[in-house]
Ligand binder design. Structure first.
Ligand code: 9MR
Length: 383
């Protein structure tokens, strides 16, 4: 039978159509309002990756109340900047000091922050007694005890551990630490296995700097493959982002994210900060033993960062976050190394007492131009 359209039916159809269009528009408005309304880093990036910061004792004890306020508002994951390193956790052989570490964990629980343990095994900030051990067996047992005691104490409270930190040289070979020298490369597999035994569900990471440089990247890939072949569980790779305005290139960063993710592990950008000061030696990374004489020329922005450099920093952050957003399926977390410019380790490395500007919040805890460019990337669908 031929269908006829009565004016009544047509009106009803038009009415329905208008309602649907209104409904869709209204939904879209709500959506964009929601995106617009994201006023913090953690909200802006909540569908992409965790947003974190390193925290220090002043924040955990509440002395730095403005810092605490920013941590709670802006971030959903924290990493202790120093207090869980070997020299603080086990200052004397077999004598552990859990007081501060416990407070860090309490702080994260109270404020619903994902906690990243940093770190179990590192050649630096090591208690002096470790280097004095002569016997291989004693060092093996001490390392095992250190890893297991700490990992089991915080079992279920820590989301992921930087199990091994900075075990590679720049050419990708294994760094000649006290552990490598006396225990051989097995110390690496053992550390991961001991951590897993102590806390089977915690994520386990390898964390290092200059992970974008081809030789070191190849070394890290080889290391993680070896660890896995030897039966260790490795859940993620931490690429420390101690970067500068010039380097590493976006291409190097991107190639590295892809290469690490192809190992079947999560990629994390850890320790992110971008130095804004002159770096005539082209130093990259975070080799803390590097230290140089200061001069006025090397510390040019003692009062404030000039607009031209602030713009460069904001653009660099924008480019880098656009890349992170592009690879959000591979990246599980981005953690800044400190809350504000007044607190960054980069005021003292590689030259003491400089005024650096590597983070998103200034010395008055105010958002910087770089903060707004990072937020813009999250909001803007063209990135
Ligand atoms: O930020 C940390 C700084 O306060 C310490 O003095 C320094 C000592 O080695 O360690 C800094 O953090 C390092 C991190 O633990 C591992 N990667 C390099 C970081 C910057 O040196």
């Amino acid at each position: 039978m031929k269908q006829s359209y009565s004016p009544h039916k047509l009106n009803k159809f038009i009415l329905l159509l208008c309602c649907s269009i209104l409904f869709i528009n209204c939904k879209q408005d709500q959506k964009s309002e929601k995106i617009e309304a994201a006023t913090t880093l953690k909200d802006a990036y909540k569908n992409h990756f965790l947003m974190g910061t390193a925290v220090n004792d002043g924040q955990i004890t509440g002395k730095d109340s403005l810092g605490v306020q920013l941590i709670k508002e802006q971030f959903n994951t924290i990493t202790p900047e120093n207090s869980m390193k070997w020299m603080f956790m086990e200052p004397q052989q077999g004598e552990f000091n859990f007081e501060m570490a416990d407070r860090y964990i309490d702080f994260s629980e109270k404020n619903n922050l994902v906690f990243i343990g940093h770190n179990l095994v590192w050649h630096s900030q090591l208690a002096p007694w470790v280097a004095e051990i002569d016997s291989k067996e004693e060092l093996h047992n001490s390392l095992k005890n250190h890893v297991q005691t700490i990992a089991s104490r915080y079992k279920g409270k820590i989301h992921g551990w930087d199990v091994v930190n900075e075990a590679l040289n720049e050419d990708g070979t294994l760094r000649n630490s006290v552990f490598l020298e006396k225990l051989g490369p097995e110390y690496l597999t053992n550390a991961f296995k001991w951590a897993q035994e102590a806390d089977p569900n915690v994520e386990l990471y390898y964390n290092d700097y200059n992970m974008t440089q081809p030789a070191k990247r190849a070394g890290a890939i080889k290391l993680v493959k070896n660890l896995k072949e030897q039966g260790a569980k490795v859940d993620g790779i931490g690429m420390q982002g101690h970067w500068s305005l010039e380097g590493p290139s976006l291409q190097e960063i991107e190639e590295s994210i892809i290469a690490y993710s192809e190992l079947g592990v999560k990629v994390m950008i850890t320790e992110l900060d971008i130095t804004a000061l002159p770096n005539p030696w082209d130093l990259e990374g975070a080799e803390v033993s590097q230290n140089f004489e200061g001069s006025e020329f090397m510390n040019p922005y003692t009062e404030q960062l000039p607009d031209s450099v602030s713009n460069k920093l904001a653009k660099r952050y924008q480019d880098i976050f656009a890349l992170f957003k592009k690879h959000q399926d591979k990246i599980s977390r981005v953690t800044f190394w400190g809350v504000n410019d007044g607190q960054t380790w980069l005021n003292n490395w590689p030259i003491d007492n400089r005024t650096n500007y590597p983070l998103l919040f200034d010395r008055q805890f105010k958002t910087k131009e770089a903060y707004h460019s990072v937020m813009q990337v999250a909001k803007d669908s063209t990135f």
